[in-house]
Write a protein that binds this ligand. Structure first.
Ligand SMILES: [Zn+2]
Length: 264
């Protein structure tokens, strides 16, 4: 049995028997880890406050040769991200981010820069004005896709490689993995987007997250950029990201003032 220490982000927890929990973590070096937090379901447990999504923790874990699930020995909170946990809109983004990582990261290694990106995103998710969260999330998605080798092709038509002229129509295809010119889009499925939306996509992919913390791209562009979570990411994953709908649901409820009504 080997003891090791790691910084990690709590991605999810599930109950194990009456007293324990199984926690999934994103470690700064060891990829995704599953570990048992003994007694974490008890009120006075020393682990209970730490092992909650999306806490940033420093954990000491046992790794057994015999079983695939590790065991917590110690777990200290670096940041509990209460600002995310206590706000339904921010929490909906948190769930989405965590599901992206759960689904994209499969192995026992964390791709370089990914842990820092997720951590920076969580700190910004806690403090960024709510109106800038869609922009911030699009930028996070594009950066995450870049790190994982799935960046959409935006330099020209993904099929014929011709540059897209400003005056021409542009299509974006999640299936094809980038933009299509109007003649190639006739042969394949693509969603019509504005030239401006593609420029914003490039800008979000290349601009540091913290510089976007007060930014908006405008309602029209932000709507067009939803092709990334709604089409591009599901095609790369081969499945839907279920919690994306939760962001939309919470936003709709908040916009209509229904959130207050339903809890009244
Ligand atoms: Zn083309």
């Amino acid at each position: 049995m080997r003891l090791y220490k790691t910084d990690a982000i709590v991605l999810s927890d599930s109950e194990l028997g009456d007293q324990d929990k199984i926690i999934t973590l994103l470690s700064d070096q060891y990829g995704k880890i599953r570990a048992v937090a003994k007694g974490a379901r008890r009120l006075k447990s020393r682990f209970a406050p730490a092992v909650q999504m999306p806490s940033y923790v420093n954990a000491v874990l046992y790794r057994s040769q015999r079983i695939e699930v590790d065991t917590f020995n110690e777990c200290k909170i670096n940041s509990p991200f209460l600002g995310i946990r206590n706000d339904l809109v921010r929490l909906s983004y948190g769930y989405y981010l965590v599901e992206l990582i759960m689904k994209f990261i499969r192995g026992a290694e964390t791709p370089p820069f990914l842990f820092d990106l997720v951590l920076k995103m969580l700190f910004l998710l806690e403090t960024t004005p709510e109106k800038s969260l869609p922009v911030l999330m699009r930028s996070f998605e594009l950066k995450m896709l870049t790190i994982l080798g799935y960046r959409p092709y935006l330099a020209g038509c993904v099929d014929c490689h011709r540059r897209i002229e400003k005056s021409r129509q542009v299509y974006f295809s999640g299936y094809e993995g980038g933009i299509l010119c109007s003649s190639c889009s006739r042969k394949r499925v693509g969603k019509l987007v504005s030239y401006e939306a593609i420029r914003w996509m490039k800008f979000f992919a290349n601009t540091p997250l913290k510089k976007l913390a007060n930014m908006r791209a405008g309602e029209k562009i932000e709507k067009e950029l939803k092709v990334i979570p709604e089409s591009y990411i599901p095609h790369r994953l081969g499945e839907d990201v279920l919690s994306y709908d939760f962001i939309e649901t919470v936003q709709d409820l908040e916009k209509d003032g229904d959130l207050e009504k339903i809890i009244d």
